[in-house]
Structure formats: structure tokens, C-alpha cells
Design a protein around this ligand. Sequence first.
Ligand SMILES: Cc1cc2nc3c(=O)[nH]c(=O)nc-3n(C[C@H](O)[C@H](O)[C@H](O)COP(=O)(O)OP(=O)(O)OC[C@H]3O[C@@H](n4cnc5c(N)ncnc54)[C@H](O)[C@@H]3O)c2cc1C
Length: 421
Amino acid sequence: MVIQTPRVVILGGGLAGVRIALWLSRHQAPEECIVTLVDRASEHVYPPVLYEVATAFNPFEREAVGKVLHETAAVPFSRIFDGSRVVFLQRSVERIVSATRTVHFTNGETLPAEILVFALGSQLAIFGVPGVDTNAFSIKTLPEAAELRHHLVRQFLRYRSASRNRQERAFCVAVVGGGSAGVELAAEFAVFLRRLAWLHRVDPDVCRVFLFEAGDTILRECPPQLRERGLARLRTLGVQLLPRESVCAVGPDHLSCSGGMFLQTDTIVWLAGIRTHDVLLRSGLPVHARGGLYADHTLAVRGFPDIFAAGDCVYAADPQTGRIVPDVAYAAVQQGAVVAQNILRKLRGQPLISYIDHPRPTYTTVGGKFALVHLPPWQFAGRVGWTVKQLADLRYLFSVLPNDVAFRAWGKSVRVRVAND
Ligand SMILES: Cc1cc2nc3c(=O)[nH]c(=O)nc-3n(C[C@H](O)[C@H](O)[C@H](O)COP(=O)(O)OP(=O)(O)OC[C@H]3O[C@@H](n4cnc5c(N)ncnc54)[C@H](O)[C@@H]3O)c2cc1C
């Protein structure tokens, strides 16, 4: 009788998926399982630095600068899995049949799995606001971040040519969503536009950045003291803060809010929230409308002991506090480590472990070399925070790449980011 080696299929090579694949590859015995990681892209993306790609100051559009910034945010899967036992498959997942754990790809192929892991991340939530799909930009993926930058520069050059004749209006950029990602982008836009204006001999004061937030608080995820430092920094950079302004319609060159505010804009970026990935909705599994797959404390999907979920794909509570785990990078990486251990435990017939949501560090860059860092119980703001954030990025690169490659990539990226500021 031939005993087949079980196949573990990981859907999604983001922060959670890559962590699971690498952990399994390092800790499994060769015959224990075959690990296949599927992603639609050929590169693993590190979203916390995508705002740098969207605001790269590259006056002469030098290819080298763009290339290094690209490398900062994305690493080819071939490099990550070089020398490991992970099989990488570049395919786009269409749906899965949960009863048989069969993955269906958009090209019509299928792939069966003994153990399946959902790590597909999330999708942008537009809350039914008309016009967002067609008129607003996002930076959820690397091509989107690059496209946003091209659009912004194009719009600025168009504005400059027009304003040679008519100086009557400001150049306006609107960012919708006052969480960390929105704050990072709005702050960096303010820095970027001033430099663009300087380069093209336009008065920098005509550039305006608006940050819209439907809730009461911008930077709600930061502790109050750190939040105050962040808000003060945003004001210094000239970002106009608009809490309690709920955007209800987006047009090609304007947006309006439910309170009556109307703004003529040159670029709109939507970072107002995330929702459950369409693949999950199509797969007959228990899903929370905005939060991903319902999972138990071991991160196995409820009612499906051979299907796990991690990162933005999972809706799980901390068993100690009962709090729902937020969709952030650190949680995705930690959940990935727990899912990987539980897969091996399952294959070995051992009891599974629980995911405990330990206090997480948060890092938010607020324009140039200024960052807010909360490393419980410590808080750092300003240049010290920025330095700590660079070290956190280095730590992440070390976790997915060989040490020398990680260090070289980080060194290059810090040089370009410093020039970018
Ligand atoms: C712009 C931005 C900035 C952020 N900044 C921060 C930050 O500063 N701090 C922080 O803690 N968190 C931040 N986050 C959130 C954080 O990045 C996410 O919580 C984290 O990436 C989730 O990890 P994940 O593995 O679940 O999904 P992801 O990292 O999103 O990975 C999902 C993977 O699935 C692949 N995929 C998706 N659909 C398919 C499909 N149909 N077929 C095949 N493959 C598919 C994608 O290509 C991707 O590689 C940010 C997010 C964004 C978008």
C-alpha cells in the first residue's frame, strides 16, 4: 500500500501565508507534508511601506530609484523560497469547494488539499459609496501604489500648465480614511507635493491635502498621547484634518460629504476600510461580512477542522480577553506562526495550541523621518520613532530572506527613503 504524503495548500503569499510556508519548511520532516503556496502575483508585498512607493520623490524619474523602492516593498517568491521545500504556484484563486478542500483557479485548473489555509488578505470596503470604484485610487497592491504616483504627477503637471494662465484654485488631494494607512499617506503627500512644487517652480502653498474620517478620531489605534503628537505633526505639515466628515459620493474631480461639504479635488485616495475577500464569500464557509472566516481559538475554521485561516482572512477572538483580533500586520505574522504549528501538530496527532493576541507594536510614519511607535509599554515619536520603525522593517526582511540579502535590501531602501524624505 502506498501512503501519500499529505498536501498542505496555502492560499495567499502575504504576511501570514509566507510565515506559514517558511515555518513549515523549516520545521517539518521531509515526508510529513508537501507545502504548496499559491499567489496571483510573482512577488511577496510588504504593505506597510507601499505609501513610500506612492510618494517616491524621483525628480528625473531615474529607473534605479523606482527599482529600489519597488524592491523595498516587494520580494520575488522565487527568492524567498529558494532552497526551501515550499512549492510556489502563481495562480489566481476563484473559489474553493469546502467539502473536498479543492481549490479552483480562474484558469479552470483545480488543486486538491488535505489541509487548506486561507491567507488571501482582504479587499477594500467602499460601503456602497457611489463613484469610489471608478474615481478613487487605493494602495492595496504594488501596481496600485505605482499607478497612484503616476496619476498624481500627471495631475500636478496638468495643473501647473493650466495655472500659468489661471491661478484661481489650489491643487487638492483628498485621502479618505483616518487610520494608520490614511495618515501615513496624507502626511507623505504633504511632503511630496511641496517638493514637486519646488521642482516645478509652483508656490508650495497652493498644494492642499485633506484627510477625511467618518468617525470621531483620527489615528484611533494610537494611545492618546501618541495620537496628539501625530495630529500635531499632521497640522505642521499642513494636512487639513476632517474628522466626523463622512464621504457619501465621489466624482472624477470632486467628493461630497453627508454633512454638505463639497470639495473639488485633483486626486482622491480611498483607504476607509476593508471587507471580506470575494473568494471566501464564494466558498460556502462561515464568514463575517467584514471580518473574514469565523475561526476557533486554534484558527481552524468553525466546522472545518482541516481548513485554517490567518491574517485579514480570519475573524477570531482572543480566548483570554474575548476581543476580536484586528487586521494588522503584526497579528497576521503571529497568526501565521500559530497556524503553521497547528498544521504540524495535527499531522502528528498532537493537541493544537491557541492563538493569544499579545499586545502588539504599532508603527505609523507621519511624513519624512517622523514616526509614532507604540511598543507596549514604551512609546516613541519623531526621529527616534522613525529609527525604530526602520529596525522593525529590517526585522521583517530578516524573517523572510537570508540575512545578507535582507541586510543589503534594507540598506539600499533606507538610503532611498532618506533621499525620498
Ligand atoms: C497600504 C497599507 C498599509 C498598511 N500599513 C500597515 C501598517 O503600517 N501596520 C500594520 O500593522 N498593518 C498595516 N496594513 C495592514 C496589513 O498590511 C495587513 O493586515 C496584512 O498585510 C494582512 O496580511 P495577510 O497575509 O492576511 O494578507 P496580505 O498581506 O494582504 O496578503 C494577501 C495575499 O493574497 C494574494 N491574493 C489575494 N487574492 C488572491 C487570489 N484571488 N488568488 C491568489 N492570490 C491572491 C495577494 O496577492 C497577497 O499576496 C496596511 C495595509 C495596507 C493595504
